[in-house]
Design a protein around this ligand. Structure first.
Ligand code: 1GP
Length: 235
């Protein structure tokens, strides 16, 4: 299998489907994955801010339904799963909470090394999406105000300078206001790393606007859970 990072780095218009293991009872995961596999989705992300269910079991179920790469997008080190194809090793750059910059990483470092899971060091930048998000509350950090473009760009640039491999611009799950297009453009102008955008994205037009602005990967969670037919419009 190609490395997940090379798919993100070389793909110009990739879409990831985010599945929350705790929503298994409410969402028809096999049918969504079946549809995703037919086209439109390139990568499956698995994770959530607070996960009750056993993540490795959920990943096993996902892998039975799809051959798409499965990437862990963890809310904390407790969600580590050695059967993922890759992990976004997130440093929450917008926050000032050491646990989410290095603490969780130390907790899981040996298990991660022994698992052989592909590691994608990711600068995770939370941008105000109009309401308090789970990430914000759980990480005890503040998002960057959405009109502070310079601070967002400087944060992404610092992530690149630290040697991270990916910048993730996040408005928060179900955000009323997704990441502004101009913010993506401004970050694109300043850094050369691949850019991921997620949070509150609902329409094919928004997705295409993000790609035009320079994003490499757009993440969809709630919009597909609530309306799986959206997958048909992504091909
Ligand atoms: C991924 O957290 C987001 O970055 C997912 O957000 O569920 O709103 O698509 P949505």
């Amino acid at each position: 299998m190609k490395s997940v990072y090379s798919i993100i780095e070389n793909g110009k218009r990739n879409i990831a489907l985010l599945l929350d293991p705790d929503k298994e009872d409410r969402v028809d995961v096999p049918s969504i994955l079946n549809q995703a596999q037919k086209g439109g989705i390139d990568i499956v992300f698995v994770g959530g801010s607070l996960v009750r269910n056993h993540v490795p079991d959920f990943i096993d179920k996902v892998k039975r339904e799809t051959s798409l790469p499965v990437v862990l997008f963890p809310g904390s080190s407790t969600q580590f799963a050695p059967n993922a194809d890759a992990i976004l090793l997130l440093s929450l750059l917008s926050g000032r909470n050491a646990d989410f910059l290095i603490g969780n990483h130390v907790q899981v470092a040996f298990r991660l090394k022994n698992s052989g899971v592909e590691i994608i060091p990711t600068g995770y930048i939370l941008i105000d999406g109009g309401a308090q998000t789970s990430v914000q509350y759980m990480s005890n950090t503040s998002p960057i105000p959405r009109d502070k473009t310079e601070i967002i760009v400087a944060t992404a640039l610092a992530g690149e300078q630290l040697g991270l491999k990916l910048i993730y611009l996040e408005a928060g799950s179900g955000a009323a206001n997704p990441v502004p297009i101009d913010v993506v453009k401004a970050v694109r102008q300043e850094i050369s790393l691949p850019i991921v955008v997620g949070g509150g994205i609902k329409t094919p037009q928004q997705i295409s606007d993000y790609f035009d602005a320079g994003a490499n990967l757009v993440v969809l969670g709630n919009s597909i859970e609530n309306n799986p037919d959206l997958l048909l419009q992504l091909r």
